[in-house]
Every structure is written in C-alpha cells, then in structure tokens.
Ligand binder design. Structure first.
Ligand SMILES: Cc1ncc(COP(=O)(O)O)c(C=O)c1O
Length: 367
C-alpha cells in the first residue's frame, strides 16, 4: 500500500513537453521564431469573430462544433459527420491514443517524430516504439519492421516537425498497405498548407478509402490561431464514434469555433502566408547554408539548422547568442538533435536579423 496517490504506470516516465521559449530577458524587441507560428498573424476576419463573441461568454459552446465541422467539410468536400474538432490537434492525438492504446499495447513513431506522440502513448499506459529515420526522414520499411501484434497505432507527421522533411504520397500509401487492418494510422498534417510538392498529399484520399486511417489538421500554424487551441480530424465513422465518446462534451470553446469558421473563409490570408513562406523558406535555407551551416531540406514553415560540435560554434552557444539579440529559436535536444536549432520562418525583418546574427556568431566563434 502506498502512503499517497500514485499515477498509473508510464505517467512518471513522461518528460513533460517543454514549449518553445517566448522571452529574452532584458532584450527590448523579441522575435519569437520557436513555435512555428505564422509571422502574418490571424485573419482579420477571425479576429473580428473572436471580438464578436466577447459579449456572449456566459454560454456554453456548441459541443458538436457544428458550424465549424460544416465549414471544414465544405472546404475539403467531406462529410461533416466524419470530422471531430479539438482543442488543438494535440488534444485529438491524445484522444485517439486513449481510445486505441492501453497497457501492453505499442505505438510506433519515428526517431525525430513530434514529441506529443510519445507523451500520448505513455499517458495511455502504452509502450512507445521508435522507428529509425533515414536522412532525418521517416522510413516506411523501418516503420513496418517495428509493427508487432501489440501495435495499435502508428503516427506519421507529414511533413514532420522538427525536421521539415516529408514522405511523398506513394510512400504513405505503401506504409498503409503494409499495416495490418487493426492498426490505426494517424497522418498528422499540421503543416500541409505550406507544402509545395506535386508528390505530396495530406492523406484525405486514404482516409476516404480505408477503415484505419485518420488525418489531423490544425488552425495553429498557417491560420495563426495557436492561442485559441483549435484542430480537427477526419476519419472513418467508427473511429469518429470512439473519439466522440471520450472527448470532453465542450472541448472546443466558442470563440475558437467562430474564429475557425471565419479563418476558413479568408482564402486570401492563407494565400499570403503561403506566398510569404515560398519566398523566405528558400531564402533562409540558401543564406544559412552560405554561412557554412547544414540545413535539412524543409517543406514546412521552419528549418532545422545543424551546428558543429566545435566549442564556440555549438547549437547551444548559437541559441544563447541569438537570444541576446531577441531572436528566439527552438533548441531541439529533446528530439535527440542536440547539435541543431529549429528556426520558424518569420517576418522579413526577423529573417534578415537571424542571418546577420548567425554570420556574427560564426565569426565570433572563429576567433
Ligand atoms: C507535427 C505537429 N503536429 C501537431 C501539432 C500540434 O498543434 P496544435 O495542438 O496547436 O494543433 C504541432 C505543433 O507544433 C506539430 O508540429
């Protein structure tokens, strides 16, 4: 008998998620480039929708988020009954794991896969299983090799955070074809809107044609609504049914529902964010590589920058140097990438400052 309450097995093996830093003490102007947020902010239509809700906060939201599910369904040609909204896609990743994984079960994800997968699997009492990546990219054969009779869920972030790499849709289909039908494949497409590759697809087609595939999406990235916590998933009816049974009855708040509907209607705002990324992602890659640093090719709104282990030039020292200038990047040691930093594409001003600061940092380290 224990003298105090003890969490379920697995809970205390969780390293709590540490979000990207947002402050640089003593620095007058801070550029937060640590959480893959959009430099363009939310759509003015979404802001207006939130303001309009401010006088009605005494009412519970629509627990089924009907207006939002209908708006998403109209945009993507889906059945609203197959959509579930969540307080961020994080919540949906946890709900899916809780619905399908328990003690003795395994969940598979890749070496540098998004950290929430590991947390969700452990929190559900399951065992995380890691599939090796190749060149910081998910490897279908390595994932399939990790599948056992105990596997209940496979997570694939496509594109992945923090690497920015992606799998072409043919590879995703090959992954699905190799999975037993009782394994749930979760395609996490948080950055789908940014991808500009003909061989990429977020996974809607697979969801529509199979009984074991779910796709999750977020309003936190290109829609600039991270602070409201809003995401959605689409899946087969039986998975939607399971998730709806365990989710909180009012898991998405009313301002978030209203903002989501308004944001979806502002296609020009999304197009502007895509155009900004199309310009500055390649610019940052080129400029940073020209400084002699290796950058993993990215299709998202962020870049993984690799630093040497030479004292004076390490990722940790670069992080401290940049922070002193108010430039906050993301240390990714928790992802097993202690020699790298992740940089979110920022405003033109922030992007130029980062490149200039990195050049100064490398000069200082060379002395
Ligand atoms: C790959 C991936 N999936 C999901 C999320 C969660 O997004 P949210 O919970 O804000 O929708 C993130 C956020 O960083 C992410 O990078």
């Amino acid at each position: 008998m224990s003298a105090r309450p003890v969490p379920r097995p697995g809970v205390l093996s969780i390293e709590a998620y540490v979000p990207g830093k947002s402050a640089a003490p003593g620095v007058p102007k801070v550029y937060k480039l640590s959480s893959n947020e959009t430099p363009l902010g939310p759509s003015p239509k979404a802001v207006a929708a939130v303001k309009a809700m401010a006088g009605e906060l005494e009412y519970y939201p629509d627990g089924a988020a009907t207006a939002l599910r209908e708006a998403i369904a109209a945009k993507y040609g889906l059945d609203p009954a197959r959509i579930v909204c969540g307080a961020g896609s994080d919540e949906l990743l946890s709900l899916l794991t809780n619905a399908y994984v328990g003690p003795g079960d395994e969940g598979v994800f890749t070496t540098h896969g998004f950290l929430v997968y590991r947390i969700a699997i452990l929190a559900a009492g399951g065992t995380p299983v890691i599939a090796e990546e190749t060149n910081h990219t998910a490897d279908v054969d390595a994932i399939l090799a990790k599948v056992t009779p105990r596997t209940k869920i496979v997570f694939l972030a496509n594109p992945n955070n923090p690497t920015g790499t992606y799998l072409p849709f043919d590879e995703v289909k090959r992954l699905h074809a190799g999975l037993p039908p009782q394994v749930l494949l979760v395609l996490d497409a948080a950055y789908a809107e940014y991808v500009r590759r003909n061989d990429y697809a977020s996974g809607l087609e697979l969801v529509a044609t199979s009984e074991n595939v779910v796709m999750t999406r977020t309003f936190s990235k290109i829609y600039g609504l991270a602070g409201l916590r809003l995401g959605w998933m689409v899946g087969p009816a039986h998975v939607v049914d399971a998730v709806n049974r365990i989710r909180g009855p009012f898991n998405v708040n009313a301002p978030a529902i209203a903002a989501g509907v308004a944001a979806l209607s502002d296609e020009a705002h999304v197009a502007a964010a895509v155009a900004h990324n199309d310009e500055w992602l390649p610019w940052l890659s080129r400029e940073i590589e020209a400084l002699g640093l290796k950058v993993t090719p990215s299709v998202g709104n962020f870049l993984l920058i690799h630093f040497p282990e030479t004292p004076g030039r390490t990722a940790k020292e670069a992080d401290a140097f940049l922070t002193k200038r108010g430039l906050i990047l993301r240390g990714v040691a928790a992802y097993g990438l202690s020699n790298a930093l992740r940089l979110t594409v920022g405003t033109e001003e922030a992007n130029r400052l980062v490149v200039a600061a990195l050049a100064d940092f490398l000069k200082a380290g060379a002395r």
